[in-house]
Design a protein around this ligand. Structure first.
Ligand code: ADP
Length: 313
């Protein structure tokens, strides 16, 4: 296959999940044993790994995706959509199973049910990481989330650490992480829910965030905990103290993938050697803009719009 990407090497490796989200709009969810007629279905490319890779690429980062798709039409569609956003896709591996999917049933009242079938994502192995060690060596930043098996996450983080790369871990969806893993992570980017899960403390607002972020630093996170605070932006916690970087005021209509946009943008800014505070400001701007449009990958803004936002305020 001829790789559909610019010449040269990527700077960011995203190691993670790739899903097709099937979003079903229904009046109300069916009861057990009941059949209902729904209103519509949208097929939307998703998966935290893929969302973050698309965000990084669209914001100007030279980005490669390491992940698995299934041997079905969803797999080819997802490869194409990643590639259309400028993501290097030649490191995707095809599993003899189904592509990861999420079936999201959205009721008229806004409540939803979600079923995730990890499929190929669940087959991401330590071997996959080993096979991509050369890619990891070429990059500067390695971005990982928790929608692939934890052993594979650990292996990705360890390899990146060993190769001296900047390791960013987005601990989503929330899971328990041991100190051995946290101690190999340079930058941890939890939201309030994940920070609360990791620390066992309630996290709602800046003061709680400071306590939780300090706790996570004390468990070994190497450089910074950047705790995302929704409309309030993000709190940076390092050994030097805290910096609260305010969010941008926007008319948010759909916060799906705001955190993924944040992570992708952060990786791009750090490759560009922005300092942590400027990088978080850039990530806040990109993530805020992503909330002003519906969808996951489709809502990620381009670089020019983000630069305009940064100039405005
Ligand atoms: P996640 O999407 O991972 O749950 P958050 O909800 O904290 O995390 O959102 C991630 C980032 O998106 C925030 O740090 C902020 O920069 C931006 N963001 C989210 N919601 C809004 C909003 N309503 N207005 C402006 N920015 C937002």
């Amino acid at each position: 296959m001829i790789p559909n990407h610019p010449p040269g090497k990527p700077d960011i490796a995203v190691i993670g999940s790739i899903n097709m989200d099937l979003v079903l709009s229904v009046h109300r969810a069916p009861q057990i044993g009941e059949t209902i007629i729904g209103k519509s279905m949208d097929m939307l490319p998703g998966g935290k790994g893929a969302n973050q890779a698309v965000a990084a690429a669209r914001l100007g980062g030279r980005t490669a995706m390491v992940g698995r798709i299934g041997s079905d039409p969803f797999g080819s569609q997802l490869r194409q959509s990643l590639s259309d956003s400028g993501v290097w896709t030649d490191r995707l591996r095809v599993s003899q199973t189904s592509t990861g999917i999420a079936i999201v049933t959205v009721q008229e009242d806004g409540d939803n049910h979600i079923i995730v079938i990890p499929g190929a994502n669940g087959e991401m192995s330590e071997e996959d990481v080993k096979q991509n060690e050369d890619l990891i060596r070429q990059c500067e930043v390695v971005l990982v989330q928790l929608e692939i098996p934890l052993g594979t996450v650990r292996s990705a983080v360890r390899t990146a650490r060993y190769c001296g790369k900047l390791v960013i871990l987005d601990p989503a969806p929330a899971a328990d992480l041991d100190v051995e893993l946290l101690g190999m992570v340079d930058i941890l980017v939890p939201n309030e829910t994940e920070a609360s899960h990791l620390t066992g403390q309630k996290v709602a607002g800046i003061e709680d965030a400071k306590l939780a972020a300090s706790e996570l630093l004390s468990r070994g996170v190497r450089q910074a905990v950047i705790l995302k605070l929704g409309p309030h932006g993000a709190l940076i916690a390092t050994a030097k103290g805290f910096v609260h970087v305010e969010g941008f005021r926007v008319n948010a209509i759909d916060t799906t993938a705001a955190g993924d946009t944040f992570a992708g943008a952060l990786a791009v800014a750090l490759v560009e050697k922005k300092d942590l505070e400027s990088a978080v400001r850039f990530a806040n701007a990109a993530a805020a803009l992503s909330t002003t449009a519906k969808g996951a990958q489709s809502s990620v803004p381009g670089r020019a719009v983000v630069e305009n936002m940064l100039k405005r305020i």
